[in-house]
Ligand binder design. Sequence first.
Ligand SMILES: Cc1ncc(COP(=O)(O)O)c(C=O)c1O
Length: 440
Amino acid sequence: MGHADPQLDVQMQPFWMPFSPNKEFKNEPRMFARAQGMYFYTPDDRPVIDASAGLFCVAAGHCRPEISEAVYRQLQTLDYTPPFLRGHPKAFELAERISEYTPAGLNRVFFTNSGSESIDTAMKIALMYHRVRGESQRQIFVSRERAYHGVNMGGVALSGLVNNRRAFGVGLPGVYHMRHTALPGNKFVRGQPEKGAELAEDLLRFVTTYGGENIAAVFVEPAAGSFGCLPPPKGYLNRLREICDAHGILLVFDEVITGWGRMGENFGAQAFGVTPDLITMAKALTNGAQPMGAVAAKQGIYDAITNAGPERGVEFFHGYTYSAHPAACAAGLAMMDIFAKERLVDRARESSPYFADAIHALQDLPVVTDIRSIGMMAAVDVAVDRTPGARGHEMQKRLYDAGLHLKNTGDALLVAPPFIAEKAHIDEIAGKLREVLAKA
Ligand SMILES: Cc1ncc(COP(=O)(O)O)c(C=O)c1O
């Protein structure tokens, strides 16, 4: 895949690529030049089917004109509004539209620009909520092994993936990790495993050891995404909810991936029948077309913080220059229209069984060591080849060369297509995976 043009090498050096092997990529770039619907296109116009919805963002397929036109119009009308002390109508409208999708009661929306910012925002909301209620001793956060909660320092402290934290020091004090739920007995399980609810008792151990009255919040992805699709064992999230309720601990669902239909319901909260106190979201909120994240909070949390503030002063000292950016709000509103008009969440739910059948059928390949799936998300683990992650990395390159884009985390290949995927697209994804993995 190398390129002969030395000038291109020079031009490629200044961009410090995130979460990427810079040296390798710049030697053998795998680029996209355009995208449409289910496909990316390489600079030489070869189609590459998008099996990961970009990075779990592009739920409605690429380059939706409704979104680009709304953003264009917005930038010509009102390009920017300071989000502090000033407002613009689309921010209020989008918050209202979002709250039609979140579980009942989670109807106050704080805008951010990414999932990572949503996580740090949710941590601050939790601390502030306890503080205004006279419980500022609640400073401990509980998270989980194998969790991914973004890359800001708060999220890194919560993170349970070793490579995302080992270089960055001790992180925040007072963050404890429950065990992950990837039990050996749960291999090749479709949907929620029967076994593993008892792992929620880890939270009770922290309550016993540190005092439940000192714990601010528990952060979990309802189904872990970035690690490689770990659906929650049946009853696990319900048990976390019970323990949180018994000890006044806030439960936060990080729904940056699981939100907006990926689990076959609006949010994982509805899919798994457990209502958290805060939901973090991003990605599909704008179909990935504009950077935007949000935290949906229970009204009682908003009321407590807002009522505790001064009559004419700022109640919560937090926000970003680009919170509720007009262009992102325009993209979000256009996406809300697409969700409604095209019944995207229903389509995700309806496509899930066919999708799961297609991906689980790869189980017979010798290189495949596990497959997990839930909704429109699945992970195919490939056998370790000498160094953990080496084969997964090699596979995503070969898949690109064969015309399929997906994200890998280590040796897990993450499959999470846009919800507009037809059966033929799912067949194409499974077929390309089979073709490449069979040669591994
Ligand atoms: C569960 C979860 N939380 C947070 C993030 C971070 O989001 P962002 O990359 O937009 O900062 C991600 C990104 O994949 C995620 O999957």
